[in-house]
Structure formats: structure tokens, C-alpha cells
Design a protein. Structure first.
Length: 211
């Protein structure tokens, strides 16, 4: 296994589990980290499509991923509405683009439809004014998907190239283990986070944002 695979696998597990179990409670802190992870993967994928390099196989791919990841992380930390869009859009994009990529759709097609899915989920998140239960569900599912992909990478059951279009692609490479793992972790994350919810915690507050 490559050093890149080990790094990505460990990071995906750590960030994924943190997001799945503490997504609402530590939203302002964990969302930028989650946004960085998704942005990094998406940026590296876009660079691959543009220049034909392997996924995370060149310095250009890593730099492109880092730039996109940092931009999304900063936006989600300082700007309330960017945070709202990212929390829903990130999950929509990485799942849909990944699933389409695993089904053999061209990278550009998967990317475009992934953006459409991201926009749809983001609009729904905005319209619903990010209630607590929505953050809990989105963070639990997103974190579970990331963590399972990380485990599959470390076990050698999937390669980095298998998540080049999105985290959803990795799940379909080993569907039985992946689906069971995602369901168990997501359910546990939802249950754990729901224990901390109160009637007063109706939505994510703007107090923690600069803009």
C-alpha cells in the first residue's frame, strides 16, 4: 500500500468518525475540517480530469486538492451561508458523483451531475433553515461514508483511484461490507447525536460566524 493510501485512509477514518458522532455538537469546528476533506478529494479529482494525471499520484494533484480544500474550509468557517451550503452540498456531490463514476459515466458527466445533486441538497438545507435533526442526519451519513472508505483503503479492498470521482464510488467497489458499515456507523452516530439535542437547539446559530 502506498504512503498516500495510508494517509488518506487514516484521515478519512478520524475525520469521518468525528463528523458522524459530533457533527452537530461541534459543528463550527468540525465542518471546516469536513469541508477540507471533501474539497481536497474533489480538487484532486478535478486536476486528474484536466491534466490526466493519476488520482493523488502527482504533486499537481495534491496541490490542487489542498487549494480547493482550504478554500472550502475557510468559507465554511467564516461565512454562515457557505457553511449551510457546504454541509448539504458536500454530501450530495461526493455520493452522486461517486456512484455515477462507479457506473462508468465519463468523469465530466459525473462531475456535472454531482454538482447538480450538490445544488439540490444545498437548496433543501437552506430552505429548511438547517434544523438540528438535518445536521445530525447529514453529518452521520457523511461521516459514516468517509470512515468506511478509510477502512476499505487501509484493508486494501479499494485503492485511491476507486474514490477518484467521490466517496460513493468506493462504496460500490465492495458493496456488502460498505453498506453494512455505513448503516451501522450512521445509525450509531444519529443515536449518539440525538441524545444532546434539546428543543432550544432548533437550528445552527449564526453567532459563531464572522459573516
Amino acid at each position: 500500500m502506498s504512503i498516500e493510501g495510508i494517509i488518506v485512509g487514516i484521515v478519512a477514518i478520524v475525520i469521518g468518525l468525528a463528523w458522524a458522532f459530533y457533527g452537530f455538537k461541534a459543528f463550527v469546528i468540525l465542518l471546516p475540517i469536513w469541508a477540507f476533506l471533501v474539497g481536497f478529494a474533489a480538487g484532486a479529482s478535478w486536476i486528474q480530469e484536466l491534466f490526466g494525471d493519476g488520482f493523488m499520484a502527482t504533486v499537481t494533484s495534491w496541490v490542487g486538492g489542498l487549494v480547493i480544500g482550504i478554500v472550502l474550509a475557510l468559507l465554511s468557517y467564516f461565512w454562515y451561508y457557505a457553511a449551510v451550503v457546504i454541509v448539504g452540498g458536500a454530501l450530495g456531490y461526493t455520493l452522486v458523483a461517486g456512484f455515477l463514476g462507479s457506473l462508468g459515466f465519463d468523469g465530466i458527466v459525473a462531475f456535472a451531475l454531482g454538482l447538480v445533486a450538490a445544488a439540490v441538497v444545498a437548496v433543501i438545507t437552506i430552505v429548511l433553515a438547517v434544523p438540528a435533526w438535518l445536521i445530525v442526519v447529514l453529518s452521520a451519513i457523511g461521516g459514516a461514508v468517509a470512515a468506511v472508505n478509510g477502512v476499505l483503503i487501509l484493508l486494501g479492498r479499494i485503492q485511491l483511484e476507486d474514490i477518484s470521482s467521490g466517496l460513493g464510488e468506493g462504496l460500490l467497489k465492495d458493496p456488502l461490507i460498505a453498506v453494512v458499515g455505513v448503516i451501522l456507523i450512521a445509525a450509531a452516530g444519529i443515536w449518539y447525536q440525538m441524545r444532546d439535542l434539546t428543543d432550544t437547539a432548533a437550528s445552527i446559530r449564526r453567532d459563531g460566524y464572522r459573516i
